[in-house]
Design a protein. Structure first.
Length: 259
């Protein structure tokens, strides 16, 4: 039973590695799909460990190493072989791919040291599987539309950098871990059915739109919090006392000394 979660982790590692092999063979559609299969297996290993009560420190370390390959190295190499290598300067292409891989490593290291102190409702920075999904979904969409990677090299450059930098920002991304069975309402199920219907129309487009929406959500939350913090600061500067301020005592100090 203790080996069961690690089997899912090794499966995710295999598909990340296999995605790199497919990119080397110029099968970029298969390579992008391998990243998504690795995401599914990565989401299952933790749940299996909690269900079977087989969480171990070894499993947590193995999961981080597998994530670095599947969601750090694999997307960077796939997008490099598919599009970035056609940029005018090979140094720019190499820098973009390396920045993404380095940000994934930094994101995983920060997550490991902050796992016991962060808010479970939000990720501190975009999770590496989601960042990999943005890059892989863009590759999958362009391949489905028969658009060569060389024609969208600068778009691939921008998406790779934005996805990489988003992993090391302090923006808050919803983790979906706080959702319970009671939170799944009939309306949510109906919206899920509509989402599946839309996905059947053109899966690559819908998957890319969902990934980009999640990427943008972190910055929307960040701007909303920054705006509300600045509003609260201006209110205090105008002389309005905050609601948590203790009431001022009206008793004369001279009376206290007299007593």
């Amino acid at each position: 039973m203790f080996a069961l979660p690690s089997l899912f982790t090794l499966g995710a590692l295999f598909f990340g590695f296999y995605g790199i092999i497919q990119a080397m063979n110029f099968r970029f559609d298969y390579a992008a799909i391998c990243v998504f299969v690795a995401m599914v297996l990565d989401s299952l290993d933790g749940r299996v460990a909690r269900m079977t009560k087989t969480q171990t420190a070894f499993g947590a370390e193995l999961d981080s190493l597998a994530d670095m390959v599947s969601f750090g190295a694999a997307p960077a190499l796939i997008v490099y072989e598919w599009s970035l290598s056609s940029l005018p300067s090979p140094r720019i292409a190499l820098a973009a791919a390396f920045i993404y891989a380095a940000c994934a490593a930094l994101r995983l290291a920060r997550f490991n040291v902050q796992i016991s102190v962060v808010d479970k409702r939000f990720f501190n920075g975009m999770p590496s599987p989601a960042a990999a999904a943005v890059v892989a979904s863009f590759v999958l969409l362009m391949d489905d539309l028969d658009i060569d990677g060389t024609a969208v090299a600068w778009w691939a450059f921008a998406i790779t950098l934005i996805s990489g930098i988003s992993m090391v920002t302090t923006a808050k991304f919803f983790s979906f871990k706080s959702m319970s069975r009671r939170g799944i309402s009939f309306t949510a199920l109906a919206m899920l059915a509509v989402g599946f219907g839309l996905m059947l129309m053109h899966p690559p487009t819908v998957i890319f739109a969902v990934c980009v929406t999640y990427l943008a959500s972190g910055y929307v939350v960040w701007l909303w919090r920054a705006t509300h913090k600045s509003t609260a600061f201006l209110t205090e500067a105008d002389g309005c006392a905050p609601a948590t301020m203790e009431p001022v005592s009206l008793v004369d100090k001279s009376d206290k000394r007299a007593e």
